[in-house]
Design a protein around this ligand. Structure first.
Ligand code: 3H9
Length: 702
C-alpha cells in the first residue's frame, strides 16, 4: 500500500507511520449506508493485507462517529455487504484495530466499535444502542458483545433503555478502554501502535463475566413491566439472556440477527421509524421556509408561578438572559425561591453542579418593575389563564416592549388573536404553549395568530429549538391541537364511567393500549379543580342538547376531592399510594342511575376503539380547518406532550395503518352512543370513502 490516501467512496485511508487511519465521511451523521459499509470493508481488507501496516484505527469526519445503520434502508432489499460482514472482517483482522469515537457512537456505529479490538473516545462522546426506540434490537452484535464487556445486567439495562452512555461511564463499564485527553485521533493511532505484537482482544471471544442471575431476572422483569405492549425491549431480553446463558458468539449473533429481521418489518418498528423522521420533519414548517427569525438574547417572563418558573429555568439552561416580572415584592421573592429551588433539585439529583447553577442564576433578574421588559427581545406571558387578565397585560406590554420584540402568550386554550388585538400590535404576538413541568417537557405548541408576522412565528420556533424543545406550529383554535384532542377523548372516558365502567378499569385499559398512566390517575395527579373551574365557566354557554359527561368529576370536586394533593380524587391516596375507593364506585353508580343510564358490563376493547376514533375524528377536523398542515404535526403533539405510545406512531398514523373505513365505522358507533356533536368529521368520511389516508392528505389552500 502506498502512503498516498486510498479512497473507497466515502472512506479514505491515510497512513500515520505504520498505522492505517481509516476515515469515513458520510454527512450529516455518518450513517452506515451501503457505500460506507463497502468502503470500510475494502479499507480494512487492504490494510490487513498491507505489509507496511501494523495496526488500524477507524474514525469519522464531521460531527459524530457512526450514528448507526442507515434507517432509510430498513424495509428495503438489503444490498451487500451487510454490516455483520464488515464487523466480522474487523474483528477477525489479525492486526489490532482501534475505534476513535467522537460525538455519538450509536446502534450499528457502536456495534462497529465493539467489533474493534480497542476503543478510545473523547471526553464529550457518548455510546449507546438505541435500537429499541426504533422497534428493533441491535442487529450487528450489540446484544452479544456488550454483555461480554460490561456483564449481562448492565448490558440489559443499556440495551432495553436505549440510553446514551457518556464516555467516562462507558469506560467504567468496560465498554471503552480509554478517554482521550486532548487529540482523539493521535491518541487512537498511538493506542493502535501500542497494541502491535499482542494478540488482538476480540470482544466476541471474551467470556461473559460472572454475574448474579437473580439480578438479571429482576432487571428483566423490570424491563418487561415498563415495556407494557412494546415488543422490542422484551425481545432484547431474549437476545441478552442467550449470551448470559453461555451461547457462543456465532450462535448468539445468528439468534440476534433473526430477531432483528423479524422486528424490522413489524408494525411497531414502522411506527417508530415514522415517529423518528416525523420528529425532524415537524420542525420544518412549510410556510416558514426561508423566513429568518428575529434576534433573541434577552427574554422576559411575566409571572413566576409554576409555569413561569419552569419556563425561566428552560431559558436559562439554554444560555439566555432572563427577566422575570411579578406583581409585588413578596411575589418577586417567592418567584426567585421557586426558580432557585428548581436548580436546587437539579443539583441534588446530580444533573448540574454548583458552578453551573451559579452561572445560570447570574443571568436571571426577578423584578416587580414591568418597565424592565423594555430590554427584552421576546416576552413570554405566563400569567393566570383568564382572558381579561391576559388582555390587560398585553395592553401594557404593547407599549412597554421595544419595537420589533416578539410577544408570546403561554395560553392553553385562549384565543391568541383576541390577546394580540389587546396589545395594539398583533403582528408581534404569538402563542407559546409550554407543558408542565416546562423545564422538562419537550413539546411546545407555537401558535400562529391570524395577524402574527411570519418572522414572529419563526422566532418562536427558533427559540423553542434553542431551548431543546420540540416546536409544533399550529393555528388558533380552542385548546390548539393537543388540548382540543385531549378534551374529546377524555369525554369518551367520562361517558364510559356513566355507562358502566369504573375509573380503574378505564385506566387499566388505556395503560394496556400504551399510555404510561391512565386518564383518571393523570387527572388526580394534575388536580381536578382546574377542570372544575373551567366547566363552571362554560356552563352558561353549554349546549343542553349535547351529552355532558362531567357529572362524576363535578361531584368529586364538590366533595373536596381534588386529586392526589387532597389525598382523594378518582382514587384515594394512602401514604402516597393510589387505591381504589369504594366511595367512588358508589358515586359513579349513583350518577349513572340519576342520569338514567343503564350500566352495562365494561368492554375495554370498545372503549379503546372509541377513544381512538374520537382522537382521529378531532384530528381530521383540525386538518380540514388548516390548524396544522400535516397529519404528522398532530401525531408529534400527541407523542411528545400527551403520553401517546410512540410505538403506535400517533393516532393519525395508526388510523391510516388500521384503515380509515374501520375508524369511520367506530366513529359511527360512537356517534350512536354519544349523540349530537359526535358526527363523523367530513374529512374522515371523504378519505374513508375514497380509500385515502391522512398521510396523503394535503389541504387545498383557501
Ligand atoms: C441500527 O443501527 C441497527 C443496527 O443495530 C443493525 C444493523 C444491521 N439513519 O437527529 P438529527 C438523519 S438502527 C438515517 O437532526 P442531531 C436525521 O433524519 C440505528 N438518517 O441530528 C436528520 O436528517 P434530516 C441506530 C439518520 O445532531 C439528520 O440525520 N441509531 C440517522 O440532533 C440529522 O439528525 C439511531 O437510532 C440514521 N441512523 O442528533 C441513531 N440518524 O436533516 C439515530 C440521523 O434530513 N440518530 N439521521 O432531518 C440520532 O439519535 C441523532 O440523529 C443523533 C444526532 C444523536 C445521531
Amino acid at each position: 500500500m502506498s502512503t498516498a490516501p486510498a479512497t473507497h467512496g466515502p472512506v479514505v485511508t491515510t497512513r500515520q507511520g505504520r498505522v492505517a487511519l481509516i476515515l469515513a465521511d458520510n454527512p450529516p451523521v455518518n450513517a452506515l449506508a451501503q457505500p460506507v459499509r463497502e468502503g470500510l470493508l475494502r479499507a480494512v481488507q487492504e490494510a490487513a493485507a498491507d505489509p507496511a501496516v501494523d495496526a488500524l484505527a477507524i474514525a469519522c469526519e464531521g460531527r459524530t462517529f457512526f450514528a448507526g445503520a442507515e434507517i432509510r434502508e430498513f424495509g428495503k432489499p438489503p444490498v451487500p455487504p451487510g454490516l455483520g460482514e464488515v464487523l466480522d472482517a474487523i474483528e477477525a483482522c489479525p492486526k489490532p484495530v482501534v475505534a476513535a469515537i467522537h460525538g455519538t457512537a450509536l446502534g450499528g456505529g457502536f456495534e462497529l466499535a465493539l467489533a474493534c479490538h480497542a476503543r478510545i473516545a473523547d471526553a464529550k462522546a457518548a455510546v449507546g444502542l438505541p435500537e429499541v426506540k426504533l422497534g428493533i434490537i441491535p442487529g450487528a452484535g450489540g446484544t452479544q458483545r456488550v454483555p461480554r464487556l460490561a456483564g449481562p445486567v448492565a448490558a440489559l439495562e443499556m440495551i432495553a433503555s436505549g440510553r446514551h452512555v457518556r464516555a467516562e461511564e462507558a469506560r467504567r463499564l468496560g465498554l471503552i478502554d480509554a478517554v482521550a485527553e486532548s487529540d482523539l485521533r493521535a491518541e487512537a493511532v498511538e493506542l493502535a501502535r501500542s497494541l502491535v505484537g499482542r494478540p488482538p482482544r476480540r470482544t466476541g471471544e471474551l467470556p461473559v463475566p460472572a454475574f448474579d442471575p437473580a439480578a438479571f431476572d429482576a432487571a428483566a422483569a423490570a424491563v418487561a413491566a415498563k415495556a407494557r405492549s412494546q415488543v422490542s425491549p422484551i425481545r432484547a431480553i431474549e437476545a441478552v439472556r442467550l449470551t448470559a446463558g453461555g451461547a457462543g458468539i456465532r450462535e448468539g449473533l445468528a439468534a440476534e440477527r433473526a430477531i432483528f429481521r423479524e422486528l424490522v418489518g413489524s408494525d411497531q418498528a414502522k411506527a417508530l421509524r415514522y415517529a423518528f423522521f416525523s420528529e425532524r420533519e415537524v420542525q420544518r414548517v412549510p410556510h416558514l421556509q426561508g423566513v429568518a427569525p428575529r434576534q433573541v438574547d434577552v427574554v422576559g417572563v411575566i409571572g413566576a408561578g409554576t409555569m413561569g418558573a419552569g419556563i425561566a429555568v428552560a431559558l436559562l439552561d439554554a444560555g439566555l438572559r432572563v427577566v422575570v416580572t411579578e406583581t409585588s415584592i413578596e411575589a418577586v421573592g417567592a418567584g426567585w425561591d421557586r426558580i432557585s429551588g428548581l436548580y436546587g433539585r437539579a443539583m441534588k439529583s446530580g444533573r448540574i453542579d454548583q458552578a453551573k447553577r451559579d452561572e445560570r442564576l447570574s443571568r436571571l433578574s426577578v423584578t416587580d418593575d414591568f418597565a424592565e421588559l423594555a430590554a427584552c427581545d421576546l416576552v413570554i406571558e405566563a400569567a393566570f389563564e383568564d382572558m381579561a387578565v391576559k388582555q390587560e397585560i398585553f395592553g401594557r406590554l404593547g407599549s412597554v416592549a421595544r419595537p420589533g420584540a416578539t410577544l408570546a402568550t403561554n395560553t392553553s386554550y385562549l384565543d391568541v388573536d383576541a390577546i394580540g388585538r389587546a396589545s395594539g400590535r398583533p403582528e408581534d404576538v404569538i402563542g407559546l404553549h409550554f407543558f408542565s413541568p416546562a423545564n422538562i417537557m419537550r413539546l411546545v405548541e407555537v401558535v400562529e395568530g391570524a395577524a402574527s408576522a411570519k418572522d414572529a412565528v419563526a422566532t418562536g420556533v427558533a427559540l423553542a429549538k434553542r431551548m431543546g424543545k420540540l416546536p409544533v406550529t399550529c393555528g388558533v383554535c380552542d385548546g390548539f391541537v393537543g388540548n382540543r384532542i385531549l378534551a374529546t377523548w377524555r369525554q369518551q372516558t367520562d361517558f364510559a364511567l356513566e355507562d358502566g365502567a369504573l375509573p380503574q378499569e378505564v385506566d387499566a385499559a388505556l395503560e394496556r393500549y400504551g399510555f404510561a398512566m391512565g386518564p383518571f390517575a393523570v387527572a388526580d395527579l394534575a388536580g381536578l379543580d382546574i377542570g372544575w373551574a373551567r366547566r363552571k365557566r362554560l356552563a352558561p354557554t353549554r349546549d343542553p342538547g349535547r351529552r355532558y359527561g362531567g357529572t362524576v368529576a363535578d361531584r368529586l370536586c364538590a366533595m373536596g376531592r381534588f386529586g392526589q394533593k387532597t389525598g382523594a380524587g378518582y382514587y384515594r391516596y394512602v401514604d402516597g399510594k393510589r387505591q381504589v375507593d369504594p366511595e367512588v364506585t358508589r358515586l359513579v353508580e349513583d350518577v349513572s342511575a340519576e342520569l338514567g343510564r343503564e350500566r352495562r358490563p365494561f368492554d375495554p376493547n370498545a372503549m379503546v376503539r372509541h377513544v381512538r376514533a374520537a382522537m382521529v375524528n378531532e384530528g381530521a377536523k383540525i386538518l380540514a380547518e388548516g390548524v396544522v398542515p400535516r397529519a404528522l404535526d398532530i401525531d408529534m403533539v400527541l407523542l411528545h406532550g400527551y403520553g401517546f405510545p410512540a410505538w403506535r406512531g400517533g393516532p393519525m398514523f395508526e388510523a391510516d395503518a388500521i384503515g380509515l373505513a374501520t375508524i369511520l365505522a367506530d366513529m359511527r358507533e360512537l356517534h350512536a352512543l354519544s349523540g349530537p356533536g359526535w358526527e363523523p368529521a367530513p374529512l374522515l368520511v371523504e378519505l374513508a370513502e375514497k380509500g385515502g389516508t391522512f398521510a396523503g392528505y394535503s389541504r387545498t389552500p383557501g
